[in-house]
Design a protein around this ligand. Structure first.
Ligand SMILES: Nc1ncnc2c1ncn2[C@@H]1O[C@H](COP(=O)(O)OP(=O)(O)O)[C@@H](O)[C@H]1O
Ligand SMILES: [Mg+2]
Length: 528
């Protein structure tokens, strides 16, 4: 490999000057640099001097008794002043060209292998002084220094190439080299595996880049090409290939143009099949988890509402009774001897209002009973909270609890699920009422407040109950943690997952002067 290295043009030019000078100074027709190319020897550089019969690239066979052959064999300088007078040289091939005297020295590669010779030849007998020999040896050293630098460059190139080959052959990612016509010029085995073709399919030109690209990706590819021409590289993007068997394969691909060639590029291709499968699996298990969570949340709502049944029944019964009474009153006004239509109408109006109240309570309750996936809409949190307060009013009154509200005005609208936020409030209120109902004598106070913070809305439910011990403050949020004989222990854990799902935080703390305070945030502008 090294010994067949090309000598770069700028060195060739320098060498040409050397032989030209040599011919001039020695005043001979020929100065040559010969290079061995077994089984031949070639005129590598030939002086541009008058009467020089040697053409560059001319080739002569070795083993024919050439002067240079001896120099290379002995690896020593050779002076032949007059071959015609010399028994050993009188029939050597150069004599046919008229060259009867010779001065030459060997040139070696840095590893000691022979490169060739540098020599001068004359048509007349020539003694070549000692000085000329020294000059020739000096130039020979220059040539050998050049060969050393060529060898170093070559070694560097080989090392770099080996590294690149290692990259390609490691087959961790698919690598191909292509041209703008869409031909694939080179592909490693990983790429072949990805697309399911063999080397021959691709490199024969039968299958092009376009053939393995689905139609809907062709526009994107055209875009890639124009970006490549401008920037030289394209950031990795995901696309699909059509495999030999017609199936599709998702890949991540990055492209760069090859330096020095505008029409060729290299593409790095990563198979995304595994990742896609894992993503689908994760999505499915996430969905399963959501479904279970929905079931649980629903069960919790049912359980909590179950506790409220008596109060809700009462809430519904009251307006029904009132409606009945009002209707009976209207009947009485109408069946008098002198029917009082005006008063009857008023009574009926009241009955209608009572009826509407029933519908309202039933609707509200029904919304919480329904099992449906949570939808996140724009939500006025005060309004949603007020509805829950209305729903729990009966229960609150029954337990002798006083409710105060401090709902901040002009709160920003939040993104959230109405049913879920109401479920959180329902759980917190019912927990507070239950906690306070254990206290025998004290005042039972429930304070529900909302306020705007820098980037969220803060909701707080404070009670004057027994509060939570240090250890219970965190444990209360664990699933199935309950201190109640009929408790499920799911309420707070569900509340926390709902609030976190909304991008917020739910925590408990001691209330001042006594009781527990549960607070949660819901971010404004959250894009969940
Ligand atoms: N406002 C509160 N005051 C005191 N303790 C509370 C309060 N809210 C919740 N807890 C405690 O946290 C526990 C867990 O509550 P929760 O998860 O709603 O389940 P459950 O209400 O079914 O017990 C309750 O059993 C109770 O011990
Ligand atoms: Mg509870």
């Amino acid at each position: 490999m090294l010994h067949s290295m090309r000598v770069p043009a700028e060195i060739m030019q320098k060498w040409q000057e050397i032989v030209d000078l040599l011919a001039d100074i020695l005043n001979v027709p020929s100065a040559l640099i010969m290079r061995v190319e077994p089984p031949n020897i070639k005129v590598f550089v030939s002086s541009e001097s008058k009467g020089n019969p040697y053409e560059p690239d001319e080739v002569a066979c070795l083993n024919t008794g050439l002067y240079c052959e001896t120099v290379m064999d002995t690896r020593r300088p050779l002076i032949v002043p007059d071959a015609l007078q010399d028994e050993a040289w009188k029939s050597n091939p150069d004599i046919k060209l008229g060259m009867i005297s010779y001065l030459g020295v060997p040139i070696s590669w840095p590893d000691g292998e022979i490169f060739g010779t540098i020599c001068a030849l004359d048509r007349k007998s020539n003694g070549y002084s000692e000085l000329y020999l020294r000059l020739l040896l000096q130039w020979r050293d220059v040539l050998q220094a050049d060969l050393r630098s060529i060898a170093t460059t070559q070694r560097e190139i080989e090392q770099r190439e080996a590294k690149i080959r290692r990259l390609v052959d490691a087959n961790i990612i698919g690598i191909i080299i292509w041209n703008v016509e869409g031909q694939i010029l080179d592909a490693n085995s990983e790429f072949l595996r990805i697309v399911g073709y063999d080397q021959h399919d691709l490199l024969s030109g039968r299958v092009s880049w376009a053939d393995i690209t689905p139609p809907e990706w062709r526009d994107r590819d055209a875009l890639t090409m124009s970006k490549l021409q401008n920037d030289g590289a394209v950031q990795p993007f995901e696309k699909e290939y059509i495999r030999k068997d017609g199936s599709r394969i998702p890949v991540l691909i990055g492209v760069a143009s090859l330096e020095g060639t505008e029409s060729q590029g290299v593409a790095f291709v990563l198979d995304l099949t595994e990742r896609r499968r894992a993503e689908t699996e994760a999505r499915e298990s996430e969905q399963r988890f959501r479904n279970i969570q929905m079931e649980l949340a629903h069960a919790n709502r049912l359980a909590t509402l179950g506790q409220l049944t008596a109060s809700i029944t009462h809430e519904v019964k009251q307006p029904i009774t009132a409606a009945l009474l009002n209707t009976q009153t209207a009947q009485r006004f109408l069946t008098r001897e002198q029917p009082d239509v005006e008063r009857a109408k008023k009574a009926i109006d009241r009955a209608v209002l009572n009826g509407m109240r029933v519908t309202e309570v039933v609707d509200r309750t029904h919304a919480l009973f329904r099992k449906e996936p949570a939808r996140k809409d724009s939500l006025e949190i005060n309004e949603a909270i007020s509805e829950v307060i209305g729903l729990t009013r009966g229960e609150v009154l029954k337990n002798g609890v006083q409710v105060r509200t401090q709902l901040a005005e002009g709160l920003p609208v939040i993104q959230g699920s109405r049913v879920q936020i109401q479920q959180v409030m329902l759980n917190l209120i019912v927990n507070a009422v239950e906690a306070m109902s254990q206290m025998s004598d004290d005042r039972r106070e429930l304070l529900i407040s909302t306020q705007a913070e820098a980037d969220c809305v803060l909701v707080a439910v404070r009670d004057s109950g027994p509060g939570l011990s240090e250890g219970a403050i965190e444990r209360a949020f664990e699933a199935f943690y309950t201190t109640k004989s009929s408790g499920l222990g799911m309420g707070l854990s569900i509340c926390r997952s709902i609030v976190e799902d909304h991008g917020g935080r739910l925590w408990a703390a001691a209330n001042v002067p006594k009781g527990a305070a549960f607070q949660f945030t819901v971010p404004i502008n959250s894009d969940c």
